[in-house]
Ligand binder design. Sequence first.
Ligand SMILES: Cc1ncc(COP(=O)(O)O)c(C=O)c1O
Length: 382
Amino acid sequence: MPGPMQRFSMHELEFDAREAAAAQAAILGGAWQGHGRVGRRVEEKLSAALGGGDALLTTSCTHAIEMAVALAGVEPGDEVIVPSYAFVSCANAVVQLGGVPVFADSEAKTLGLDAASVEAKITGRTKAVLVIDYAGLAADHRALRALCAKYDLFYIEDAAHGIGARQDGKALGTFGDAACFSFHATKNIACGEGGALWVGRGDRLALAEQMREKGTDRARFLHGLVDKYTWRTRGSSYVLSDILAAVLEVQLSRLDAVTKQRRALFEAYLARLQPKAAKLGLRLPVVPAGAEPNGHLMWAMLDGKRRDPALKALRAAGVDAAFHYLALHRSPYAQEHGFDRGALPMAEQAAATLLRLPLHSRLSVDDIKTICERFEDVLARI
Ligand SMILES: Cc1ncc(COP(=O)(O)O)c(C=O)c1O
């Protein structure tokens, strides 16, 4: 009699007694508020892991994106170019400030923003370009940064997927004027809900600190630089509690090991599926030259209309595969507000045909082999 079928979940974290002990120590030690001694220490460690710049811990990546768009100086009516194949926060952050999200298309190899599509959308109202390092593979920062320099635009890197990955020796999340990280439970390292804003421009750091502290100079007060703090700019309550920062500190100490394992699994997927991709009717990520991926997620686009039946069959076969983003320019909100300015073929194709396979550090290379066998079997049947 065969035993019960092994199930493979989409996400699992390396969370154990160490994270629990760190949270307990923070609580018992009175480190409860944000931007306390634990939070500041974690910010230093994160900045060091990124190779420089200033990282500010935030309550989420969504909030870091809101801060980054505000740092770009976006005012009502200003345009920000964002990918349509993206998380909703990328567009919402623009709308929150009265700005207009202008959707651009992605390129096929990494699903990063396509520079030609971006250039075609630049107008006199464009203030910034926001890009995603999808799946922990770098967008074409060289081309996109060059466009931003040419048109004097603020460059925002959404590195929600990017922690621990590098491109040409440089950490993802350090290519923008500002960059945003997520430590949400589905990311490579996490503290439940959390994020960070990385500020690459020293001239905007004080403003970022004020925005994070409800628009006040409380950070300078905490550092003993002023004897009172007051309202200086617009802002909100974006500071991560030291209790969660303590959990993140343990997670950061696991980053290298988690990245190594996830990268090995990502490469095992590619080594197995790439040679048969054409036969299986799959389009897979193409790792750019000079990339050191972090294995954040494994995606495949299926030809025809096979994605949804494949998801159903995979789940029945014990593999918790998932779709990902829907194209933002086709969303009800974008339609109602006139943000849909025509077809974006790659975003629409990814929304309709992309699926993600399980990838987390508790899987082994043998597990990837089993998942691929089940995936290939499903593809042969649908
Ligand atoms: C590319 C991208 N940016 C931003 C976010 C939002 O992250 P958070 O949940 O930390 O706000 C996500 C969420 O998964 C994401 O995929």
